[in-house]
Write a protein that binds this ligand. Structure first.
Ligand SMILES: Nc1nc2c(ncn2[C@@H]2O[C@H](COP(=O)(O)OP(=O)(O)O)[C@@H](O)[C@H]2O)c(=O)[nH]1
Ligand SMILES: [Mg+2]
Length: 294
């Protein structure tokens, strides 16, 4: 275990020093200096799972930690260096679902979907693993560049709950790190897991839902083709197609008002593309009434 296990020492060293570098083992906290980052790391998770606590441990910054809703109003950014690479970390607002229902959730969802961070850390509460894994499964639908940080294991231990991180990593196909972030436990291991995923040295095999339904499968394929033509640079067309088939109001709105195009600007003007956004929505509505359950 590194000296990160003793956050008091680190806090004293860092002391809010956003400008100076604080070294802790292989990890150097770079505060707000995100220049020259090699990789972007997003911190996602349900509210109160310890995202901001982990953000602070990694960057040496003091993003507000507390337990009221909406405390991470926008996304906070900071940086650290681990080994030879610099990492920009983005502390996203708490989210229960990638099927966003609030502005906060939309910020988190759009960042993971469209800004395509090199690594998305999904922070989970070890005491509410089942509920928290719902979000983890939705994120692994979008990207397999994921690390699961199972936090609050100190509390879980007190409640007699143990988490088998190897079994979870096997099931989910991504690395799992057990953490008690408030005391710094697991921060070094998290940095290593992030480095492994960022560099591609971890053999990722993220769990994906298999769509056995042939009708659904072909509806998705038709829509993916149309979406790619309307928004050639949009990542995750498959995810957008599934949401359209579900009649997801926020995605339909983003297509109709052009926001989806702004997120990932088209290389060719949308008018010149064979499929316009409004045809897309019509096409999705014309598809067989199959309902994907992601
Ligand atoms: N016992 C314990 N509490 C923690 C741990 N990590 C965070 N907390 C506390 O959990 C609460 C929520 O943490 P915060 O980082 O604000 O969560 P966020 O909403 O996900 O950003 C705060 O009171 C933290 O001090 C941990 O590993 N163990
Ligand atoms: Mg927070």
């Amino acid at each position: 275990m590194s000296d990160l296990a003793n956050p008091t020492t680190n806090d004293k060293e860092c002391g809010g020093c956003a400008s100076s570098v604080c070294h802790t083992g292989n990890l150097a906290r770079l505060g707000i200096d995100t220049t020259g980052s090699d990789y972007v790391v997003a911190l996602a998770g349900n509210p109160n799972t310890g995202k901001s606590t982990i953000f602070n441990q990694l960057t040496g910054l003091r993003q507000h930690v507390g337990n009221w809703a909406g405390k991470t109003v926008a996304r906070a950014e900071g940086a650290y260096r681990y080994g030879e690479h610099r990492y920009k970390v983005v502390d996203l607002p708490g989210t229960y679902s990638m099927l966003s229902t609030s502005v906060d959730e939309e910020i988190a969802r759009d960042f993971i979907l469209f800004a395509r961070p090199d690594v998305t850390v999904v922070v989970l509460d070890a005491n509410r693993l089942e509920r928290n894994l719902h979000l983890a499964l939705q994120v692994t639908e979008i990207t397999d560049r994921v690390v699961l940080a199972v936090n609050l294991i100190d509390e879980a231990k007190r409640h007699g709950v143990t988490v088998d991180e190897r079994a979870l990593a096997r099931e989910m196909g991504v690395p799992v790190v057990l953490m008690a972030a408030r005391t710094g436990q697991g921060v070094q291991q998290l940095s290593q897991a992030i480095a492994d995923v960022a560099s591609g040295s971890y053999p990722l095999r993220a769990r994906r839902a298999a769509y056995a339904d042939a009708q659904l499968q072909s509806a998705v394929e038709v829509l993916v083709g149309q979406i790619n033509r309307a928004f050639p640079r949009l990542p995750n067309a498959r995810w957008v197609a599934l949401r359209l088939l579900e009649d997801d109001a926020s995605i339909i709105r983003a297509i109709e008002d052009g926001t989806l195009g702004e997120i990932a600007p088209a290389e060719t003007p949308i008018d010149a593309a064979p499929s316009s956004p409004s045809t897309l929505v019509q096409i999705s509505r014309g598809q067989a009434s199959v309902s994907p359950s992601v």
